[in-house]
Design a protein. Structure first.
Length: 93
């Protein structure tokens, strides 16, 4: 089964909104500088790309695209989102 689920994430901040759709992989945002909505799409299988990057980084061909610190920061964002909803206020990181 090529797609294991539907993953969407919307980060709503004091200065904007960032929407991320993982199937298909698309990042949507509004650029104040450009004055319009912009979208970034990624062709191909995201899991395959992550695994390929990992293998290539082990072989010394490239640096890893997402490391442990990236994972920690993602966790901090998720925890702040839960705290924000629970406290009904903005949580700064």
């Amino acid at each position: 089964f090529p797609v294991w689920g539907d993953v969407s994430l919307a980060l709503i901040g004091t200065e904007g909104v960032l929407n991320l759709e993982l199937f298909p992989w698309t990042l949507n945002y509004y650029s104040e500088d450009a004055g319009k909505h912009l979208a970034i799409a990624c062709d191909g299988d995201l899991n395959q790309r992550l695994l390929q990057n990992f293998v290539e980084s082990i072989g010394g061909e490239t640096t890893i695209s997402a490391n442990g610190l990236d994972g920690l920061r993602a966790l901090e964002v998720a925890e702040a989102a839960y705290k924000s909803v629970s406290a009904r206020k903005v949580i700064s990181l």
